[in-house]
Design a protein around this ligand. Structure first.
Ligand SMILES: Cc1cc2nc3c(=O)[nH]c(=O)nc-3n(C[C@H](O)[C@H](O)[C@H](O)COP(=O)(O)O)c2cc1C
Length: 157
């Protein structure tokens, strides 16, 4: 299915996931960043939509939440996929519940947890120290989930 993948990503992991999902689906599917890029894409030109992004302090980016609210009606008319990226694999269910409108959660045919990546040097020293404290780890964290990314794409083929 020709699919529009709309993502929000701070440091590139969710962006990478979104691009892999779009590439995996094929059929002229594209991944666009929320904001100007997403605003220039016309949902009507796509058969399906997948929306998601990375979680920070329990939240998806505010601009992605606004985009979801502004496009809820159109999204209800197409096959829909949702995804989140985050270190809290066990919290994934609550991340979906908290961040996506309930009607979209009910309508979505797939909700994908796509793992996470935390590269400490991408952050300033304050965030770095905070993340080390929260994760109790002194190193980068690789929780990439290529199999989940593939499953997300396969559901829209
Ligand atoms: C300041 C900060 C806060 C974060 N908060 C959460 C969180 O609440 N829950 C979670 O699961 N992951 C959290 N993460 C981890 C990110 O979601 C994860 O590193 C993700 O892969 C980043 O994706 P991005 O590169 O697309 O921004 C946090 C990371 C940072 C730097």
């Amino acid at each position: 299915m020709k699919t529009l993948v709309v993502y929000a990503s701070k440091k590139g992991y969710a962006k990478e996931c979104a691009r892999h999902v779009a590439d995996g689906i094929g059929s002229d599917s594209i991944a666009v960043q929320v904001g100007r890029e997403a605003n220039t894409a016309n949902i009507d030109n796509y058969e399906a939509v997948i929306v998601g992004g990375s979680i920070h302090m329990g939240n998806l980016s505010g601009s992605l939440k606004s985009w979801l609210a502004n496009h809820a009606q159109e999204l209800l008319e197409k096959p829909l996929g949702l995804f989140v990226c985050g270190l809290g694999e066990e919290e994934q269910e609550q991340y979906f519940t908290k961040n996506f409108p309930s009607e979209l959660l009910e309508h979505a045919k797939i909700k994908c947890y796509l793992g996470a990546r935390l590269i400490l040097k991408q952050y300033n020293p304050i965030i770095r120290a905070m993340m080390k404290k929260i994760t109790k780890k002194d190193e980068d964290i690789h929780m990439e989930r290529p199999e989940a990314v593939k499953a997300c794409a396969d559901a829209f083929k």
